[in-house]
Design a protein around this ligand. Structure first.
Ligand SMILES: Cc1cc2nc3c(=O)[nH]c(=O)nc-3n(C[C@H](O)[C@H](O)[C@H](O)COP(=O)(O)OP(=O)(O)OC[C@H]3O[C@@H](n4cnc5c(N)ncnc54)[C@H](O)[C@@H]3O)c2cc1C
Length: 605
């Protein structure tokens, strides 16, 4: 759809927004109804020009693009540059990161991570109810579908003084909006401009209490902790990072290489939806940080081929491919003959994910910390044992009672070791052993991509291919074992049955690590519940569960730490800074650390 505001209206709207945002450090524009990208482009151009001229602009600009209720097509297509003035060449910045139109939330990081664009695809019916954000400016491009419940919901998504613009054809909406608390702005001629100025006191459904200062302690320097540091520092936080080892990524995140990819299911179940969102956001962040620059040797976006584990799964894959028809840039289903053409051997059918690949997690952790500069104070060789709250601050204390650090916010990113803290002791996390085999590349088939199926196979790092991984429940053995190597070899043979070579197992090396897995296999991301207060609380909804103040978690990444860590960090950093969240309400509920406690509370009640 073209922009329903005419060219002259656009100019007037942009000028009004420009003078409105100068008083905001954080500014959120909510555009309801897709257009050709011109409003975003014009506002971004103004923001950039003002910034370059040293004028006051928001440090962070969020732009949320919601589909209108009657829009059938995915609302996003890479914006057409034609016909839109682009004096700064900004379209060239967003085209490379513009995502394939898969359903769900997409968060794009633009302008060196100062502009966050959130695109919501294919969720027309629930888009407004799912959104977790507060807008400073609303552009109502789509005028249809605004009944009383939608207007009521819109009022929950704005603040006092939020600007709202209606295109001329939609001015019939002015009356209902006025009744809901919006007042026309005098002297405006661009469609209709209104300001949210209710004459009654507005109580937010859930009051947001933001920390008193942007200082946090993060415990754990693996993928979870280091990525969180990066997302906080991008928002001008100062972080103290506490790690019991002398360097980052010494535990699960210390593997030589791991695979990153989405997962697909015919019913697009919560795990599939969430891993897709996590995969797409990880890619965005890594592109922003130039992680795949060849000289950095952090990883390779060489594509991953996920081979079906047997005829039943092959049929399920084909069925999902027929049903979903994903954009080829995101996922393609390859038949047996296509796979054998690519691999030069028969190996069944499977999913081809061209944007997936493999990464060296320890290098990625270092890159995240490097991007933080001196905004992160590294406190290594320090073992946190207790957390205590003193005068609106958290103190992190060691086994001798010494205070290691103090700040208003603490985030636990220390995997299953979080259970040692009294405040997290009830979380249903367990450790699951895994052994990766490091195999000399010349012993394995040379493949142009990473493989995944029963096991996985990465590209070679220093001549060694990572092949994994065993999944040993209830096994605490930290030593490398032949049976685990044999298990990994079995998985490779299962993926590539025609590959008959006998490798020299005596030359194999490897690494043992422990995944941190929750009972529902999904991570724990967000504020920790206060179990003692919950125990004496009556019936509550998830969002009303009492929480420890400013104590958050990024835990339980299981076998997908590479893709989970960026999205989890973005969620927590957005929550702590009062920014729009990168997922909808229901998806966030699936990751909420309080979900288990609430279930238990309801059972007990
Ligand atoms: C064998 C194996 C293969 C895997 N393969 C893949 C793969 O291919 N792709 C993928 O995406 N994921 C893979 N994973 C999963 C991935 O490695 C993890 O999800 C990820 O590393 C978890 O990161 P984390 O930061 O949560 O935990 P960790 O990396 O374990 O970091 C936690 C940190 O907290 C520190 N810490 C703990 N307690 C304290 C304390 N009290 N005080 C101070 N510091 C503390 C620890 O020392 C540690 O450094 C694999 C995991 C294993 C075990």
């Amino acid at each position: 759809m073209l922009n329903p505001f005419s060219g002259r209206d656009d100019v007037e709207i942009c000028t009004a927004v420009q003078s409105h945002w100068r008083h905001h450090a954080l500014y959120t524009v909510l555009q309801y109804g897709a257009d050709d990208g011109s409003m975003l482009l014009q506002l971004w151009t103004r923001w950039q020009q003002q910034r370059d001229a040293g004028e006051p602009v928001p440090q962070r600009l969020h732009y949320i693009l919601l589909p209108g209720p009657t829009e059938q097509d995915p609302p996003l297509a890479a914006p057409r540059a034609t016909g839109i003035e682009d004096p700064l060449g900004l379209v060239a910045q967003w085209l490379p990161v513009w995502p394939a139109a898969t359903p769900g939330y997409h968060r794009l990081l633009l302008a060196q991570d100062r502009i966050a664009l959130t695109l919501i695809v294919g969720e027309q019916a629930q888009a407004l109810t799912q959104l977790e954000a507060r807008a400073d400016c609303v552009l109502l491009q789509a005028a249809q579908g605004w009944q009383a419940p939608q207007i009521k919901r819109l009022c929950q998504l704005v603040r006092t003084d939020t600007l709202l613009f209606l295109p001329t054809p939609a001015t019939a909406l002015a009356g209902p909006l006025q009744q809901a608390g919006f007042a026309p702005v005098a002297g405006n001629t661009a469609g209709l401009a209104m300001r949210y100025a209710p004459r009654w006191r507005v109580t937010p459904a859930v009051p947001t209490v933001l920390p008193v200062s942007r200082e946090a302690i993060v415990i754990g320097a693996g993928l979870a902790g280091t990525t969180l540091c990066q997302r906080l520092v991008a928002r001008s936080w100062r972080v103290t990072l506490i790690e019991r080892h002398g360097a980052p990524a010494q535990e699960a995140s210390g593997n030589l290489a791991g695979v990153y990819m989405p997962s697909i299911s015919r019913d697009d179940n919560p795990t599939a939806r969430l891993t897709r969102a996590a995969f797409l956001f990880a890619r965005q962040l890594w592109m922003q940080l130039d992680i795949f620059a060849p000289e950095r040797q952090i990883g390779k976006a060489c594509g991953v081929l996920q081979l079906a584990r047997g005829p039943q799964q092959a049929e399920a894959f084909a069925d999902a491919a027929r049903f979903w028809r994903y954009p080829p840039a995101f996922a393609q289903w390859w038949s047996e003959s296509e796979v054998s053409d690519r691999l030069q051997m028969a190996a069944g059918s499977g999913w081809w994910f061209p944007q997936a690949g493999w990464v060296r997690p320890a290098r990625l952790c270092e890159a995240m910390l490097e991007a933080c500069g001196d905004a992160v104070q590294r406190r290594f060789h320090q073992h946190a044992v207790h957390l205590r709250r003193v005068a609106q601050q958290w103190q992190v204390v060691d086994a001798h009672g010494a205070v290691l650090a103090q700040a208003p916010v603490v985030v636990l990113a220390n995997s299953a070791a979080a259970l040692q803290f009294e405040q997290a002791a009830g979380l249903p996390l367990q450790q699951i052993r895994g052994q990766v085999s490091h195999v000399p590349a010349e012993q394995l088939p040379v493949l142009p991509m990473a493989l995944c199926g029963d096991g996985y196979l990465t590209g070679a790092v220093d001549g060694l291919v990572s092949m994994g991984a065993s999944y040993d429940l209830g096994d605490e053995d930290t030593s490398l074992r032949l049976d685990s190597h044999l298990g990994n070899l079995g998985k490779l043979r299962q993926m590539l049955p025609q590959w008959q070579k006998q490798p020299d197992l005596a030359s194999w090396q490897g690494r043992v690590g422990f995944r941190c897995v929750s009972t529902d296999r999904l991570p724990l991301v967000g504020a920790l519940p206060d179990m003692a207060v919950l125990a004496v609380t009556g019936e509550v909804q998830l969002r009303d569960v009492p929480r420890h103040p400013s104590l958050h978690a990024v835990l339980g990444f299981a076998s997908r730490g590479l893709i989970w860590s960026p999205l989890a960090a973005e969620i927590v950093a957005s929550q702590l800074t009062g920014e729009p969240l990168p997922l909808g309400r229901d998806a966030l509920a699936l990751l909420d650390p309080a979900r288990f406690a609430l279930k238990a509370h309801r059972r007990a009640g």
